[in-house]
Design a protein around this ligand. Structure first.
Ligand SMILES: *[C@@H]1O[C@H](CO)[C@@H](O)[C@H](O)[C@H]1NC(C)=O
Ligand SMILES: *[C@@H]1O[C@H](CO)[C@@H](O)[C@H](O)[C@H]1NC(C)=O
Ligand SMILES: *[C@@H]1O[C@H](CO)[C@@H](O)[C@H](O)[C@H]1NC(C)=O
Ligand SMILES: *[C@@H]1O[C@H](CO)[C@@H](O)[C@H](O)[C@H]1NC(C)=O
Length: 401
């Protein structure tokens, strides 16, 4: 008798525990005065966020269907429990406005542990009127659609970033943070609109996502460690880039980048590693690109250690960024220029441990035949036609996986 009561008690408590840990308190921004097709919802969103963030139970901030106008806002933790922001509707930035949050965002999420952004909604940066006026310095002052700063255990899924005025997404100081089914959309001629930029972060995953924009699809900066990019399609844009590195003193190394199962279409570059000449010392290592399809890509495989886009560097002094342990494996498709493989490594610190394995690229233009240009590197090549092998003898492919 006593025993069965105890069992019933335990079972009841267990059910209570499971249901409370799964439950989420929902905080609807329209309950705090936000109106679709109405004025700026900034104040409403801030007040909804504050309540949700103070909740001892996991909470959800809901932005329902509809179009909501929003001026720059910072949603800041730490929060008492995991928090989700579910955007079902469209958030619209003010068009032509250059105001940003303190750290340069339109919507900044920061200092949160246990964060989810979801809902199928759209962050519309309304960048159309800004890109034309974008010169070098002015660009950098424009708002970044979404900033994720110092977030641990985060997930962004089923969200679209549209027409950002500057970078679409900046990830800084994050740990264990994933993007799934994330979409970036902007025209190919929108300036400085990188899709996702990652710096000083570790355990970052981008999976099943679609990025079309005017600048890098994904760019990886100093201090990025353990980044995995899987099943992402890029184009238009400038492709997937590590760098540019070496511009800043004491830049943290880039270590552990995996790109797998991606397709790049009509992009300027496929997979690129770029470092400045006359640079500070730095390093980028353990970068592996595998099972990637190129469709009419101008520079499918490129290491560029004399990257100097505005010709304002001393290109005669070599880069001091050391590139080590890089592989390109099972890369197929078409190149829009004859130089399908370009490995321009630093004379001051030549690339080491570079491997080309099973490269099957075709040049689809009419200006000569496909070729490779390489300096200060002796890649190991397996199953690469001699024109693309950087002058190295190439071993036949063994057929091993
Ligand atoms: C990483 O973050 C996810 C949330 O996106 C969480 O479910 C998972 O437990 C975290 N992993 C670790 C090792 O903390
Ligand atoms: C790398 O990141 C993934 C998540 O993206 C995580 O599962 C894994 O444990 C991390 N590994 C290291 C060595 O940090
Ligand atoms: C090269 O990178 C891989 C994957 O990150 C790593 O497991 C391996 O140890 C690295 N090799 C060297 C020689 O650093
Ligand atoms: C291939 O790329 C080149 C250069 O970016 C572009 O001019 C051309 O229109 C593209 N061709 C196709 C078929 O998309």
């Amino acid at each position: 008798m006593v025993k069965s009561i105890d069992i019933a008690k335990v079972a009841f408590l267990l059910v209570l525990f499971v249901s409370t840990t799964r439950a989420q308190s929902i905080f609807d921004v329209t309950k705090d005065g936000a109106k679709a097709n109405g004025p700026d919802i900034n104040a409403a969103l801030m007040s909804t966020w504050k309540k949700a963030c103070a909740s001892a139970m996991p909470s959800k901030v809901l932005i329902p269907k509809g179009i909501f106008s929003l001026s720059p806002v910072t949603l800041e933790g730490p929060c008492k429990a995991p928090i989700e922001v579910q955007v079902q509707g469209t958030l619209k930035a003010l068009s032509g406005a250059t105001k940003t949050t303190e750290d340069g965002g339109w919507v900044t999420f920061q200092q949160i542990e246990g964060f989810t952004l979801s809902g199928g909604g759209i962050f519309d940066g309304q960048g159309g009127s800004s890109w034309g006026a974008c010169g070098n310095d002015y660009c950098k002052q424009l708002p970044i659609n979404m900033r994720f700063d110092f977030i641990t255990n985060g997930l962004v899924q089923d969200v679209t970033s549209l027409n950002s005025k500057q970078f679409h997404v900046n990830v800084l100081g994050c740990k264990n943070f994933s993007f799934r089914r994330f979409t970036v959309t902007a025209p190919g001629d929108s300036k400085n609109t990188d899709g996702i930029h990652i710096g000083r972060s570790s355990g970052i995953e981008i999976i099943d996502s679609k990025i079309g924009t005017g600048d890098d699809c994904i760019s990886i900066g100093g201090g990025a460690q353990n980044v995995s990019i899987t099943k992402v399609t890029c184009g238009p844009g400038h492709g997937i880039s590590v760098g540019s590195l070496g511009q800043y003193e004491k830049e943290e190394p880039v270590v552990g980048i995996t790109v797998k199962g991606c397709t790049l279409t009509n992009t300027d570059n496929g997979m690129r590693i770029k470092t400045w000449p006359a640079s500070y010392a730095g390093s980028a290592s353990n970068m592996h690109f595998e099972d990637v399809t190129m469709v009419n890509v101008s520079n499918p495989i490129i290491i560029d250690q004399s990257y100097c886009p505005h010709n304002d560097c001393n290109a005669k002094l070599p880069s001091r960024v050391k590139i080590n342990n890089v592989s390109f494996k099972n890369i197929r498709g078409t190149s829009a220029t004859p130089v399908a493989v370009k490995l321009d490594c630093s004379s001051g610190s030549p690339c080491q441990g570079v491997e080309l394995d099973n490269i099957d690229l075709k040049y689809i233009g009419k200006e000569g035949s496909i070729t490779s240009e390489c300096s200060n590197v002796r890649p190991k090549t397996i199953g690469v036609q001699s024109a693309l092998a950087c002058g190295s003898p190439t071993a036949a492919h063994t057929g091993k996986a």
